[in-house]
Design a protein around this ligand. Sequence first.
Ligand SMILES: Nc1ncnc2c1ncn2[C@@H]1O[C@H](COP(=O)(O)OP(=O)(O)OP(=O)(O)O)[C@@H](O)[C@H]1O
Length: 222
Amino acid sequence: MMLAAHSVSASFADAGGVAIQALQDVSASFAPGQLTAVVGPSGSGKTTLLHALAGIVVPQQGRILFGEVELNRLSEGRRDAWRLAHCGMVFQDFRLIDELDALANVLLPAQFSRLHLPTTLRQRGMELLARFELPQRAGPVARLSRGEQQRVALARALLLDPPILLADEPTASLDADNGQRIAAALQDIARQGKTVVTVTHDERLSARADQVLTMKSGRVLS
Ligand SMILES: Nc1ncnc2c1ncn2[C@@H]1O[C@H](COP(=O)(O)OP(=O)(O)OP(=O)(O)O)[C@@H](O)[C@H]1O
């Protein structure tokens, strides 16, 4: 199913109540199997676009479509449920729970939706840790390196096998090796048929993209 933004505009009020136009008439399509890199200067609207695609930000104008579903028309509760079922999110600041171990962090999305964790999901969580070469040992995730934490965040985003993966600067401040690893993993995930959209300043990652959207002042230039 195609994920698409149609003429999307979104604004925020700054501390003084003045409107900041974060997205202006943005249209773009994101196909299954495609890795898209969203690039552009700081403040150009990249994260806002990613959050609009996830239904976190609701645009004042335009539509966000996933197949037939018009995300911007859903209530907040239904958008949250849609996101849990369809979107894996990797946030810029990871949003891991520091005192939990890697596996417990990876299993978090499952715990939002059920009381008992099926063994199959636990198994999948362990497989994802292995796939990203993460230590199985217990111990707070805060003690892992930044590169390892980034991979835990990615493993968590994939737990429920969502059709869409949205990743905000997933290689930021990683060393060359870890950056390449994450970039290759994202390309691989797209090749497996998922829709992958990543905000990045990293040419190692944008060089692997099937589509590059360059943003400036809330608009998509290309
Ligand atoms: N929740 C918010 N409240 C107020 N203003 C916001 C909010 N989120 C974003 N903005 C503003 O909207 C504009 C676009 O921000 P956005 O985070 O989308 O840019 P970006 O291209 O992702 O930047 P960066 O590369 O620095 O992360 C900026 O001027 C930002 O200050």
